[in-house]
Design a protein around this ligand. Structure first.
Ligand SMILES: [Zn+2]
Length: 412
């Protein structure tokens, strides 16, 4: 949608009062604490985000589910806190691709952008992006909604340092730090630490350990805090003809779905492989959480991203992928066996489900949930630098031992 549509006078007046009250909350300029805000009700809602500089932006709506997406050049953005209000359920922001930032607003009901403007910095306030939303019908929303614009391909996102040397014949291991950029992943219940930061640090440590053996080429699917879609992560491994894909996560269980008691009880690491049917309900829930991140980042719609069991079955049943399936399962088993003395595992440590990122054709692949950010004891470990260092070291040794045994049996 183009910016600058005529706002409703009544709405503008209501929201001016809201913003003034907010900005005049303190008498002294140095005491003014600014934070992004949401105001209004279920018919009209104003969204105010802070941005580090005045930039050109583009705002548009997306359906399935209802979202408003705002794209702009790379900028530091502060969006309102987790709790929604009125027409807004939640919002998030971050890097979508190098040089490109995005805000995604999840809507509670269909709504149109009545006004979208970026106010320049003034009186100690940073630049503000103001979006006025008005409730509309499903039909009108669908008529205005866009299909997602294409995101830059992984090749453009990879830094030169991350590219393996094509002439190098050593086995290639792709390490995939989950989430990134606008997709923060799970959030620690106690410390609010983000999954994307924990797993990125862990993967860099793991890469350093494996590189130190000089036996492997290592490729990271992201080398900064940037969004990479699940299919692009799998494509990086396929294109590079990787020998292994190791995806690292630290998810959280939803207390509304499983109850607070489960959060206290369910902890420890789990290693997942791809399967058409989930091994159990919990594996299914975790896979659904991980698979919806592209929708949350505003790069896909739900209806374009089904991961159906028939699709997975056909992927897994050709000859090349039967080998993939067997190697993935034996890697998962091997890693648990070699790490169980050093790392706390879940009561049922090896599971399977239809994780989109594990679909990399022909590439043995495992997804490791290091622990649950919904569990306080796990969170303490996950945020500890020493723990991450020790577990990355243990995982590096186990991967190295697995590859050495495999090479002893199957000469390259
Ligand atoms: Zn995750």
């Amino acid at each position: 949608m183009k910016t600058g549509l005529r706002p409703s006078v009544a709405f503008a007046a209501c929201c001016t009062i809201l913003v003034l009250a907010f900005f005049m909350g303190s008498a002294r300029a140095e005491d003014i604490v600014v934070s992004a805000q949401i105001g209004g009700d279920s018919q009209r809602t104003r969204f105010v985000a802070f941005v580090s500089k005045a930039v050109e932006f583009r705002a548009f709506s997306m359906a399935n589910p209802y979202r408003i997406v705002i794209d702009m050049p790379e900028t530091d953005i502060q969006v309102p806190g987790a709790k929604g209000r009125g027409l807004i359920l939640s919002s998030r922001s971050g890097l979508l691709a190098p040089g490109k930032s995005r805000i995604v607003i999840d809507l509670a009901a269909p709504a149109l952008i009545e006004k979208a403007e970026l106010l320049p910095p003034e009186n100690d306030l940073p630049a503000r992006l103001v979006i006025d939303l008005a409730r509309t019908t499903h039909k009108t929303f669908f008529a205005s909604a866009k299909t997602p614009p294409p995101t830059p391909k992984p090749d453009e996102q990879q830094s030169a340092a991350a590219k393996p040397d094509a002439g190098d014949r050593r086995p290639l291991i792709v390490i995939d730090p989950g989430h990134g950029g606008i997709d923060a992943g799970a959030v620690g219940r106690v410390t609010n630490t983000l999954e994307k930061d924990i797993v990125f640090d862990f993967c860099r440590k793991l890469a350093t350990k494996l590189e130190a053996t000089t036996r492997y080429r290592i490729l990271l699917t992201r080398t900064s805090d940037v969004f990479v879609s699940l299919d692009d992560r799998a494509a990086i491994a396929v294109k590079a003809q990787a020998d292994l894909l190791i995806s690292i996560h630290a998810d959280a269980l939803d207390p509304k779905r499983l109850g607070v008691k489960a959060l206290k009880e369910v902890r420890g690491g789990t290693i997942y492989t791809l399967s058409e049917e989930a091994s159990d309900e919990q594996a299914n829930v975790i896979a659904q959480n991980e698979n919806k991140v592209d929708v949350q980042a505003g790069v896909e719609n739900e209806q374009t991203t089904p991961v159906v069991s028939e699709e997975i079955a056909s992927i897994l049943n050709d000859l090349e992928n039967r080998i993939k399936r067997n190697r993935s399962a034996s890697l998962a088993h091997y890693l648990i066996d070699h790490m169980k003395g050093k790392m706390k595992f879940n009561i049922r440590p090896q599971r399977s489900a239809n994780f989109r990122v594990l679909k990399a054709h022909g590439v043995p692949a495992v997804l490791i949930e290091l622990g649950y950010l919904s569990n306080e004891d796990d969170e303490k470990l996950l945020i500890s630098e020493e723990w991450r260092e020790a577990i990355a070291s243990a995982l590096g040794e186990a991967v190295n031992a697995f590859m050495a045994e495999r090479q002893a049996h199957i000469p390259l």
